[in-house]
Design a protein around this ligand. Structure first.
Ligand SMILES: Nc1ncnc2c1ncn2[C@@H]1O[C@H](COP(=O)(O)OP(=O)(O)O)[C@@H](O)[C@H]1O
Ligand SMILES: [Mg+2]
Ligand SMILES: [Zn+2]
Length: 362
């Protein structure tokens, strides 16, 4: 006997992708079914990077097909393809950058940069091409967190080659100015400098550019949120009320300019004692969850206040690469996957497909 394509896709439609909560047929992840007598082969395309999940997904689907009577050989090919998604209306995407994800918080010192670099590395570990833009012009920390020093190269005297570390492409004002010299920037200079870092870096075909935003919710941050083509924002907060208050302001700022909030990360959720491993909620508990509920956004995950996180990131080798199979790296990877899945659910960007329409007065 030979199977019909209909019977195969009906069997597959009952299988749920554990990462999206949806099946592969209705989400069009199922690209092709090849039937050869009793043998079936499938092509599955995920909209999010998930190298670590390919084998698991292939097994789920092939088990479902093997449950059909008289099924022969089954072959499942799983790949990821990240496409550009829509940004604020009227703003153009940056060439060679498919999606920009802003990592923001109202307040400094809550672990925004630590979260940004670990999420960038987690996405890269899943097979994505990832860049990291350190937009914290007053206190750039990515050069240190990535263990990078020196200056970016330029081939034409205008554009900059991204620096490279741990498989990421990176750019920071910290590479261009003397770190010891305090900088006095006026607002417009800051936004202009950031636009240059963003636009004049020769990013190489990025699936994601993670932007470590400057702290605060003033004019600079608002201008950036309006002018940078952002696909989605992740808000980082600690559980204390004071940080939460600022994080709420940050969240509202992105909502106001039409940038979707992908979710909230609660950092320093509880302290894990480095002697005995017991957990203590120094900064209180449940703040991130309450904030997520109040704004109907997802709590993407919670990171403990853990000495190793600080030691690893401050020494240029963030947890996701220093201890890739550890518990903390697992939390970052889960958050990164949630972010990528949420982003894949956003509307796609079609601006490249339409010609620019010019209206001429004749
Ligand atoms: N979960 C954590 N556990 C322990 N230390 C952390 C954690 N997150 C951040 N840190 C440390 O706290 C300090 C501030 O973090 P950082 O990411 O620079 O904050 P921000 O970018 O919001 O100012 C850094 O020294 C960092 O290593
Ligand atoms: Mg920072
Ligand atoms: Zn203890």
């Amino acid at each position: 006997m030979s199977f019909t394509e209909h019977a195969i896709s009906a069997a597959l439609a009952t299988i749920i992708d554990p990462n999206t909560g949806k099946d592969f047929v209705s989400t069009r992840g199922l690209k092709q079914i090849k039937i050869d007598g009793n043998n079936v082969s499938l092509d599955i395309e995920l909209g999010y990077p998930a190298k670590s999940q390919f084998a698991r997904i292939a097994k789920l689907l092939s088990d479902a097909l093997h449950a059909l009577p008289e099924m022969g050989k089954v072959e499942v090919n799983v790949v990821s393809k990240v496409v550009p998604h829509a940004v604020q209306r009227g703003i153009k995407l940056i060439p060679k950058v498919k999606n920009i994800i802003a990592i923001a918080s109202g307040k400094g010192g809550v672990g925004k940069s630590t979260t940004a670099v670990n999420l960038a590395l987690a996405l890269a570990a899943e097979g994505a091409t990832v860049g990291l833009l350190d937009a914290d012009i007053y206190g750039p920390s990515q050069p240190q967190m990535l263990g990078l020093s020196g200056r970016p190269e330029t081939t034409d005297g205008k554009s900059l080659e991204p620096m490279r570390a741990h498989g990421l492409q990176a750019m920071s004002i910290g590479f261009l100015v003397d770190q010891e010299t305090p900088m006095v920037w006026r607002g417009p200079m800051v936004t202009q400098a950031l636009q240059q870092l963003l636009n004049d870096t020769r990013w190489k075909d990025l699936d994601y550019l993670i932007v470590d935003m400057p702290p605060g919710t003033g004019d600079i941050q608002l201008t950036l949120a309006q002018q940078v083509p952002v696909t989605g924002a992740v808000i980082v907060t600690t559980p204390q009320d004071i940080a939460l208050l600022d994080a709420r302001k940050g969240l509202k700022m992105f909502e106001k300019v039409g940038v979707p909030i992908l979710g909230i990360v609660e950092n320093m959720s509880m302290h894990i004692c480095s002697n005995c491993g017991h957990a203590e909620e120094i900064f209180g508990s449940g703040g991130g969850a309450r904030m997520a509920a109040d704004y109907s956004v997802e709590l993407l995950g919670q990171l403990p206040l853990d000495m190793a996180i600080r030691q690893q990131v401050d020494s240029g080798c963030p947890t996701v690469v220093a201890d890739p199979d550890g518990r903390v790296a697992e939390i970052y990877k889960t958050i990164a996957r949630r972010v990528a899945v949420k982003l894949a659910e956003q509307a796609k960007d079609h601006s490249a497909k339409f010609p620019t329409i010019k209206i001429q007065n004749t």
